[in-house]
Design a binder for this molecule. Structure first.
Ligand SMILES: [Fe+2]
Length: 418
């Protein structure tokens, strides 16, 4: 289990990349909007009423108080109408207006006598106005006033204008920025929770692995006690467990069920603890009485394991592994599928190991003889569906591998990994 692997981490990585991309996109948007030149125009030929209060854009008004109008035929014979014109520009744009200039168009050609708050260039009936330095930015709704004394032939009327400037926006003014900040904070909190819970789960997993190892080694130790009772059966329980586990895997058991069967098979001969050594290791044929005692290892084993409830049905392997498919086995004489499946598997694995190992009373069988025995006893001693699986394990060399690893001569101890 790694912190920087897995679907959850991928989701965190992708959302982090998404959030960073969204922040970059937002800042690029702000920069592009702030640097863009904007134009706000009014032309009386197109729209009779000029933009005014509530228009949402920068606009210009012009006023001439009656007392500031006069006629001067002495010095301005060609353009005798003089007046002091006041202009007001209101910035109703989205924010600050920066670096602005203004072109105004009038109904008449004009002459400028004097001006204030900026620089004027006159060209026929137009004025190009550039505000004084430091006055070329206007806050939202802030007015800028400027004016001029102008002479013309008739009273001047403003018939159009074009305001040019930039309307920079601040990232702090955009709601989306705060949404992204909140999402970022949520991401940080979620990621730290993930790290904390990951650390906790890792600790629990390590603890669980250790617990499983303790269980596994305890069972192995007990298994070694069982096998130590009879030098001829050294490694028998481990091999039977390995064969049973492989049969279960080939039958498509779930991982948990394979693990349970492994332990069940390891302890299938637990009852041998209760059989006298003299009978267990007796060379040659057993008397009927001795054989009857040997048979009790099934029920003794079942009793020994009856308190071992954490592994489901673990005592069934001990109890029923000598039942026969035809119902002629012991201790209960169960038949066919009345015998628990795990016990039927252990029965085949147990018989294979018995046939392929030396015994106090005979030598081991060769593969040919074992295959013959398995085939001959399918339906009578063995479950006919398990026999072909055992045969395939012999034929593909699996059993050979297990015998080499856990055979009577092999030096092993511990818990083989399932
Ligand atoms: Fe047995």
């Amino acid at each position: 289990m790694k912190l920087f692997k897995g679907k959850t981490f991928l989701v965190f990585l992708l959302t982090a990349i998404g959030l960073i991309a969204a922040f970059i996109a937002l800042f690029l948007y702000v920069a592009s909007v702030s640097m863009a030149d904007r134009t706000f125009s009014w032309d009386s030929k197109k729209t009779a009423t000029p933009p005014g209060e509530g228009s949402g854009v920068p606009y210009v008004t012009m006023s001439v108080p009656e007392e500031k109008r006069w006629l001067d035929f002495t010095n301005h014979t060609a353009a005798p109408v003089g007046a002091e014109y006041d202009f007001t520009m209101i910035n109703e744009g989205t924010g600050m207006l920066e670096g602005w200039t203004l072109d105004m168009t009038f109904n008449e050609n004009l002459l400028i006598d004097s001006f204030w708050n900026g620089t004027y260039e006159v060209n026929g009936n137009t004025i190009h106005f550039t505000p004084d330095k430091n006055a070329d930015f206007m806050k939202h709704l802030e007015p800028a006033t400027f004016g001029a004394v102008i002479y013309s032939q008739k009273d001047l009327e403003l018939v159009g204008y074009t305001i040019k400037g930039r309307l920079p926006i601040k990232v702090l003014d955009l709601p989306v920025f705060y949404i992204l900040i909140v999402l970022g904070l949520v991401w940080i909190v979620a990621f730290f929770s993930y790290i904390v819970s990951f650390a906790r789960v890792s600790r629990l997993q390590k603890q669980r692995e250790r617990d499983l190892l303790i269980i596994s080694q305890s069972i192995m130790t007990f298994t070694n006690f069982i096998d130590a009772k009879d030098p001829y059966t050294k490694g028998h329980s481990v091999r039977v467990a390995q064969y049973s586990m492989e049969i279960a895997k080939r039958m498509g058991f779930s991982e948990d069920k394979v693990q349970d069967l492994y332990y069940e098979a390891l302890l299938h001969d637990a009852g041998k603890i209760g059989i006298p050594d003299a009978i267990l290791t007796k060379p040659g044929k057993l008397t009927n009485e001795e054989y009857a005692i040997i048979k009790t290892h099934t029920t003794i084993g079942s009793e020994i394991l009856s308190n071992f409830t954490t592994i489901p049905d673990i005592k069934d392997g001990a109890h029923y592994h000598h039942e026969r498919y035809d119902g002629k086995g012991y201790p209960s004489g169960l038949k066919g599928e009345e015998i628990p499946l795990n016990a039927r598997i252990i029965c085949v694995a147990d018989s294979y190991d018995a046939m392929s190992s030396h015994r106090s009373y005979r030598k081991s069988y060769d593969n040919e003889k074992i295959l013959e025995e398995l085939r001959d006893n399918a339906m009578t001693q063995f479950d006919p569906e398990i026999v072909p699986i055992m045969i395939s394990m012999i034929e593909d060399g699996f059993t050979e591998k297990i015998r080499a690893e856990f055979g009577a001569e092999a030096d092993y101890f511990g818990a083989p990994v399932v």
